[in-house]
Ligand binder design. Structure first.
Ligand code: HEC
Length: 481
């Protein structure tokens, strides 16, 4: 089933039902602008004062930059959460003896913005948990290396403070609900892409809100992405039929769990009610953490959780099993505002073989104008596959001014995540309200093709699809009403 076709009505229905109007109201801007529209995208509105970037202390001047005073505090703050023993990155960058011989490599990686991995460019809406370095911080690494990577005095070391945009981390204890298939799963070896939906009963006895998520991919070599859904009582019969039609744990599920969302106006204090919704998502690079303060995804008693895992299989990963785990941190219902992950996508594109990112045929644009419902947008999760070149999410005012939310000029499939804003964005509502827009650009030239089993694929015409060598132009908005 085509994911986009299944989901776009969901968005329309949600926005119209929730405010009590018929589902056919023309809330959605369906016209895709011409290329001329796209290339003349107006310049960004300057950030509002509350959204202004936080000034960084630039510290030392070039020439007196030392390991102890300048570089180690930065490495502790910005590198060593990944670069630690048992972490996702090699070699802890914690002591001078280790780091000194790598000074040139480090300076180069930092200068070229390869490390720390962070895709959004500055100048759009201010984000929390920013992993990128400021220009001044990059200059410190460069000056330090140029000066011969001096050690300096240990007495100059000050443990770094938390950055002001940092949100509190999840506790290291397992979450309140642990979603995990009963046993390791061996993907279907006849497929290159296997999508499996595992059904887990969280045994919930009361309504609770998910306020934090941790995803632990069991076998990162084969797990391409994970999506977690809640299926409520109204969708359980359909879910059971899906499970019955397929032997083994769970069932094959291209696109999604194949259960109708059936969005309705809410009862008993809920703004909306539905039979199926997305709870969490993970793709390579994804980060764990709390949802924006005061918001949560509502789970109902009696629901099942469905974990969809997309396995991408190559010869080198034959016969590997996986047991991916999701931990959910809960809050009592009513203590948070009900929030939703709303997908936006454009699926009618064909990217001709061989075209590069400047070719208008290598672009797709998804537009959505919300005419009626005041929402707050807390963040986004943009998603493309391996031919992705850049992706931009923005709000366009009725007069055509662009308000950039997140702009990723150099897409890297391996570092995807959700981006939450420092302050929520409120799109203008009404017939002349803002249009939320996601613009995807691909690079389908020979040199940018994916490798399968060590061989680079030849370029071909590429369309929307669930395979890892198909493409997607997809973005989720985390919204609350
Ligand atoms: C979000 C996790 C993460 C953070 C934060 C991070 N790194 Fe890395 N780093 C990695 C991973 C993973 C690798 C292994 C190579 C890869 O997969 O890209 C790596 C590799 C490297 C390498 C080796 C590259 C090579 O060619 O061998 C250097 C040097 C490096 N990082 C420097 C830094 C510095 C300096 C910082 C902080 C300013 C930093 N990294 C922050 C994840 C991270």
């Amino acid at each position: 089933m085509n994911k986009t076709l299944a989901r776009i009505p969901f968005v329309i229905v949600l926005f119209s039902v929730a405010c009590g109007t018929p589902a056919q109201s023309p809330d959605v801007v369906t016209d895709v602008p011409s290329t001329a529209d796209i290339t003349t995208t107006p310049t960004d509105v300057p950030p509002t004062p509350e959204d202004a970037p936080v000034a960084q202390d630039t510290g030392a001047t070039p020439g007196d930059v030392t390991w102890w005073r300048d570089i180690k505090p930065l490495a502790d703050q910005m590198c060593n959460n990944c670069h630690q023993t048992g972490g996702i990155a090699p070699m802890p960058l914690a002591d001078y003896a280790t780091v000194r011989p790598m000074a040139r490599l480090i300076a180069n990686q930092v200068r070229n913005r390869i490390m720390p991995p962070w895709m959004p460019r500055d100048g759009c809406r201010s984000l929390v948990d920013v992993r990128g370095l400021t220009d001044a911080e990059i200059a410190k690494f460069v000056a330090w290396e140029a000066a011969g990577a001096p050690e300096g005095n240990m007495a100059d070391y000050r443990a770094p403070a938390m950055r002001p945009d940092t949100t509190r981390p999840l506790p290291s204890t397992p979450g309140d609900i642990v979603v995990q298939p009963a046993e390791p799963y061996l993907p279907n070896q006849r497929l290159q892409d296997d999508y499996r939906c595992f059904i887990v009963d969280p045994r919930m006895t009361e309504t609770r809100d998910v306020i934090g998520v941790r995803v632990v991919p069991g076998n990162p070599r084969i797990v391409h992405h994970m999506l977690l859904f809640e299926v409520r009582s109204g969708g359980l019969a359909q879910l059971q039929r899906n499970d019955d039609r397929d032997p083994g744990p769970g069932y094959t599920c291209f696109g999604g769990p194949d259960v109708n969302a059936n969005v309705r106006a809410g009862t008993s204090g809920d703004l909306i009610d539905l039979d199926m919704q997305q709870v969490a998502g993970w793709a390579p690079g994804g980060v764990d953490g709390y949802m924006p303060a005061g918001t949560g995804i509502r789970l109902k008693p009696g629901s099942r959780l469905v974990m969809q895992v997309h396995y991408n299989l190559q010869m080198s990963t034959r016969n590997m099993t996986d047991r991916t785990r999701v931990e959910l941190f809960l809050s009592p219902a009513g203590t948070t505002q009900q929030a939703l992950w709303l997908p936006q996508s454009e699926a009618t594109f064909t990217i001709p073989a061989g075209v590069g990112p400047t070719d208008p045929r290598a672009r797709a644009v998804a537009n959505f104008r919300n005419t009626q419902l005041p929402v707050r947008v807390f963040g986004v999760f943009p998603h493309m596959h391996q031919l992705g070149h850049s992706i931009r999410v923005e709000a366009i005012t009725n007069s055509g001014t662009s308000n950039c939310l997140v702009d990723i000029p150099r897409w890297d499939f391996h570092w995807q995540q959700n981006y939450f804003f420092r302050t929520p964005f409120r799109p203008a509502v009404g017939p002349t309200g803002d249009t939320l827009r996601t613009t995807c650009v691909w690079d389908n030239r020979a040199e940018n093709q994916a490798f399968v089993d060590g061989m680079q694929l030849p370029p071909r015409d590429v369309r929307w699809g669930e395979g890892s060598t198909d493409e997607m132009c997809l973005n989720y908005y985390y919204i609350s009403l």
